[in-house]
Design a protein around this ligand. Structure first.
Ligand SMILES: C[S@@+](CC[C@H](N)C(=O)[O-])C[C@H]1O[C@@H](n2cnc3c(N)ncnc32)[C@H](O)[C@@H]1O
Length: 142
């Protein structure tokens, strides 16, 4: 089992199982993956999941959306990512620090939906400004 000084939780098989189980509890409790007030993704939508963990939210979402949507997961540690062979072709998982207020230029303004979940306990000093700035910069300007 891996531990990192700045991460409250541990990583390993059990924590991946916990995250995946939690995903279905959240979905069951909330009744949706994407909040109903958000316009439904189009066939060419690009969707990002920040701090994606095991990528379970994207994997579940991919099963409900056309294969033409492009789904991107980002996490500072890729150790809980499924093997690339187990991902559908429209999911890309990569390493990115989402607490940097300035995301890479080539990603800025390119996403229709940016999803964040379970960041409580991860945001340093309880201050989400850097994370929210990063997320807003990823969103496409209408
Ligand atoms: C509690 S897990 C939640 C995983 C996923 N969002 C979910 O709901 O199943 C928090 C995740 O945030 C990631 N994380 C922590 N700091 C991060 C950072 N600076 N940038 C990107 N991801 C980060 C962790 O590696 C971990 O995978």
């Amino acid at each position: 089992m891996d531990t990192e000084p700045d991460y409250l939780l541990v990583r390993g098989m059990h924590s991946s199982i916990r995250l995946n189980l939690q995903h279905y509890l959240w979905k069951d409790g909330l009744g949706y993956l994407i909040h109903p007030s958000i316009p439904l993704p189009r066939p060419d939508s690009r969707i990002a999941d920040l701090g994606t963990g095991t990528g379970i939210w994207l994997l579940d979402l991919a099963s409900q959306l056309p294969a033409t949507t492009q789904l991107y997961g980002f996490d500072i540690f890729p150790s809980q990512y499924p093997h690339a062979a187990h991902l559908p072709p429209n999911i890309t998982l990569s390493v990115l620090d989402n607490l940097q207020p300035e995301p890479p230029k080539d990603l800025q303004g390119t996403f229709d939906i940016v999803h964040l979940r379970l960041w409580l306990g991860v945001v340093p000093n309880g201050d989400p400004i850097a994370l929210l700035t990063h997320a807003l910069k990823l969103l496409r300007r209408k």
